[in-house]
Ligand binder design. Structure first.
Ligand SMILES: [Zn+2]
Length: 333
């Protein structure tokens, strides 16, 4: 099968479109999916959508050959103590398709049947690019805001770097749940687009002092929730923006993972610092249900053919996107 592979640990110049052995035929409880689109997250993490090609192994009844499916890229063992408690993203062997498991921006991929769901019927129908763009960012942002930060109607959230898929989805979830949202970017065009998509306040973090602006906007109180995935570059300002008793939820550290934390401020201000990665099966079912109701339809930035995958990664590497960058694969049929 054709696949986009990293031939060595390295940069975009190490990406190649090449022939690799087909993904293995599905065993009991697995589904092999014929991939039609893959959304880019970072250099080695792709999320995909497609059709069961080669179908399901023994015992699989949830999907049939020909169904259009979404894939939850978080692969759990469905047997450890955390899985049995329904917390699949806490699984002791948790892995992400593309990051820890091979061969995902490829024509075929084999995954546990629990990770595959039929795409909901919505009008207009989801494109392959939208289907691929949906799962990772929506699941991640949903768990961050709903399960971890427990954002409530009328609360205010600060969300950094609105061009990124998780940030943009977090903004839309916060709005859906009745919160007020302050978003940042270094790009005025992205900020204008975010305003169109529902942002209440937009701040350019290159030309404005975010903490000063946020404290002014909230009468020195600070925001209820900060959504972090930037890390070192924004951490100090994130804490300056957080109200007494506020919650900071983080799922990433794109600018670096090492930050300074004065514990006296944590306990004195009753702050909650919350980590979050992906989400469990119930959360995934909930976001797919919401998608079926016409909510949280993903924002696709640009779509590229597989042959131009490198160009797609370059757009991501330069942070030029608003929403998801997607690569489409031709039908194998
Ligand atoms: Zn487990």
């Amino acid at each position: 099968m054709r696949a986009c592979v990293l031939t060595a640990t390295g940069g975009i110049d190490k990406l190649n479109i090449t022939e690799v052995p087909d993904a293995p035929a599905p065993k009991a409880g697995e589904v092999r999916v014929s991939i039609r689109a893959a959304a880019l997250n970072h250099l080695d993490l792709f999320v995909v959508a497609g059709l069961p090609g080669g179908g399901g192994g023994p015992g699989v009844t949830s999907v049939q050959p020909g169904d259009r499916v979404l894939i939850n890229p978080g692969i759990a063992d469905y047997s450890c103590e955390f899985c049995r408690a329904g917390e699949h993203s806490l699984c002791v062997t948790y892995r992400l398709l593309g990051e820890h498991l091979p061969g995902t921006m490829a024509e075929l991929v084999t995954v546990p049947a629990q990770n595959v769901v039929r795409g909901p019927n919505v009008s207009p129908a989801l494109t392959w690019a939208e289907a691929a763009a949906f799962s990772l960012v929506t699941l991640t942002a949903w768990r961050m805001l709903v399960t971890r930060a427990q954002i409530k109607p009328g609360e205010t959230a600060l969300i950094w770097g609105i061009g990124g898929g998780v940030s943009l989805t977090a903004m839309r979830i916060a709005k859906l749940l009745g919160a007020r949202v302050i978003v940042t970017s270094s790009d005025d065009a992205k900020l204008a687009a975010a305003k169109q998509l529902g942002a209440d306040v937009i701040l350019n973090h290159r030309t404005q002092k975010v903490a000063t602006e946020v404290r002014a906007l909230t009468n020195k109180r600070g925001v209820d929730v900060v959504v972090e995935n930037v890390g070192a570059a924004t951490w100090d300002d994130s804490l300056r923006c957080l109200r007494r008793g506020g919650r900071l939820v983080t799922c990433g550290a794109t600018s670096g993972p090492q930050v300074h934390l004065d514990l006296r401020r944590v306990f004195w201000h009753h702050w909650s610092i919350l980590g979050s990665t992906m989400g469990n099966a119930a959360e995934y079912a909930e976001v797919v249900r919401r998608l079926g109701q016409g909510e949280l339809r993903p924002v696709v930035d640009r779509v590229y053919p597989l042959a131009e995958a490198r160009v797609a990664f370059e757009r991501l590497a330069k942070a030029e996107q608003l929403g998801k960058v997607v690569v489409e694969l031709p039908s194998r049929a």
